[in-house]
Design a protein around this ligand. Sequence first.
Ligand code: FES
Ligand SMILES: [Fe+2]
Length: 447
Amino acid sequence: MTNQDTVPPPIDGRDPSNLRGDPIPGDRYYSPEFAQKEWDHLWTKIWHIAGRLADIPEAGDFLVHNFLKESVIAVRQEDGSVRAFYNSCGHRGMRLVKESSSLDAFACPYHGWRWGKDGILQYAQDAEDFPGGNPCGKLSLKELRCDIWGGFVWYTMDHEAPELLDFLEPMPALYRNYPMDTAVRVAWYRIEINANWKFVTDNFSESYHTRTAHPQVPLWIDQDVESARHEMWSKGHGRTAQPMRPSLTDRPASGTNEMFAEILRQWDVDPDSYDSYEDFALQGWKDLKAAKRRLWKERGYVHYENMNDEEITDSLHTVFFPNVTFSFLPDHIVLFRSEPHPEDPEKCYFDLWCMAFPVEGQEIVESVMAGPKPLREVEECEHRKFDDGRGIPELAGQIVYQDMELAEGMQAGMHSQGYEDAYLTGQETRVRYFHEVLNDWLAGDRP
Ligand code: FES
Ligand SMILES: [Fe+2]
């Protein structure tokens, strides 16, 4: 056990000498044997997110999380706690429920057995016809360990796994200042893409692709390599911390950056008061911090209350090993997750949950990844196939769409005899680190 209140100093995520140098061969992106190893040694051992606590406020509300061929139900109990069970009837194994909903009890569609929200069998037809006696009140659905962090319900299939907070360490301490459970999910998608799930973690472990793939971003988030911090921790988690200010090496030809000027104006900073573009970007960013510090309360930015000077103006793009990325932004948290496809290691599901911190008086918010949205909880997840973008035209031009456009080509490249290993920059060190930590898990060494 480690101390969960403190954040140990990060490992420098720009220095490959911190790594062993394991190669990243292509077959791990398509081999069914490799995918099986991931099931045996990774997915059945880690903590998974079943969903958001806010989605199951009342007793009997439940989440269904399907993962590969497994399915788990997380149910709110009468006492407010949440318990997780396998979604499989204790009679002959029938799947009990298809999707998240609310029920007083789980009635099996096959022979009618009824399981309480506490997992205990309440009713079985011909209950006296069992050689071992009436099973009601005795049998229970098979239970999994379940815990809460960040407003999310997590579970693990591994009875021996370390506690959730230990698995996440040091993320809960690192992000203690964000009132995560107050965020409102304003956009919610699950998109099938034609790439292995690891493409997504790789992609979110570096910002080196940003200038090429997301030319709109350097005007908004500083992409100069010396401006960023690249950090890794021993459990495999890592982040890129970048100031949300214009990059100095990506100046618009016009000499003006209306996007950043508008942000400054919103906080009463005059963008025309600077003599040079450097001043506008660097001093403007400092003035923005000061203005936010001064005005947050009267402007209703209550989520800033405990946030530090970095958190109120910067982008902390954070991968939680192995498959969840949280982008911590001043007014938003974006969750990205990739999960393997049950039949094909060359496909995955990509989850996008855009969450905004509510600000008094705001009715429409920029969701960051899915355009402007009304500030209210989205009830239903949109299930789509990317299909070269045709399946999700409303996201065209968004950052995530640009990433998804790259997925299929990367997947194809993994099959080429021309590809043997990645040849990485220093700032991409976290990509290889991810694979090294994955290799450790697959070898049975949980960090
Ligand atoms: S499988 Fe559920 S009642 Fe028979
Ligand atoms: Fe990207």
